[in-house]
Design a protein. Sequence first.
Length: 349
Amino acid sequence: MKRRDYKKRQKKLSKKRLYLKVGFFVTLSTFFVVAAYAASLQKKAVDAADRAYEAIPDRPKPEAREVAVEPAHDNVSILLIGVDDSEERAQGDNSRSDALLVATLNPTEKSVKLLSIPRDSYVYIPEIKKQDKITHAHAYGGTKAAIDTVEEMLDIPIDYYVKMNFNAFIEVVDALGGIEVEVPYNRLEKDENDKNAIQLVKGVHRLDGRHALALARTRKQDSDLLRGQRQQMIIQAMIKEATSVKSITKYGDVIDALGDNMKTDMTLKEMMSFLEYAKGGIPDVENVNIEGYDDWTPYGYYFKFDEKSLEDVKFQLKSHLELEPESSHLTDNSTSVTESADWARENEY
């Protein structure tokens, strides 16, 4: 082999080795970047979960649960509580719940049923042993009173709760880069500080956190029932955004957004087990609603359930949780509207 050809071959080999080395180091660097990102997310998640964890003391295990449930394998229920704990409301330690949604999850079917409970629903509240608006349950006795009321109303066990305030909702939606939803009408709506500062525009839009919150909260344009359906639509839009591949790099911001603005009785391990539902795409989410009618009394407005519709929803949720559906479960816990309105008159907004 001539010296010139030898040098030429050696130069090609050197260049090839260089490319291999560069490729190796790029791959290695990428691995370490991904590993560092995953590690930072894990630390963020651990810290956030520790701050968010809040078990409910002295809460007995629901009668329907002989053993503790495991979210990755068992059918479970979650109560989502949205509260307004802003200084403007000045409601003390226990504010009224602004939104109540019940999610039942069935891992075998990979399905979710999502029920929104109208905030002015007239129900029996065990904490005060009489009927009142369900929004007042949290004000009477905090998270435990809200859970007890929902369990009494639906005759199902609530396995977990997640409570978020307005700040958490706004920041999570913003961390996801907004959500795409259909706004049903044009309306100037109140913001998180009760100022008329949010202009909703009819049509399909990508909303930031403040506009999404305004859409979820408004109840002047239509009804409590339609308000609940809007909240279901927004939850589904958030699930869609959170489970998309493009959102993976946003999880750190989502965790930061939750921070001290969320409370739950789920451990980090239990939270992580719910990721099973996101494998292979978005789970099938079915919205469930209880029909009813508006009841205007001298003491204020109440939403009264249609008993047949309520029983049908109770049966659906029990079946989805694979609990033994019982015959009609109606309790005679009614008291006069006058009695239950005493506290409401002083605290309504």
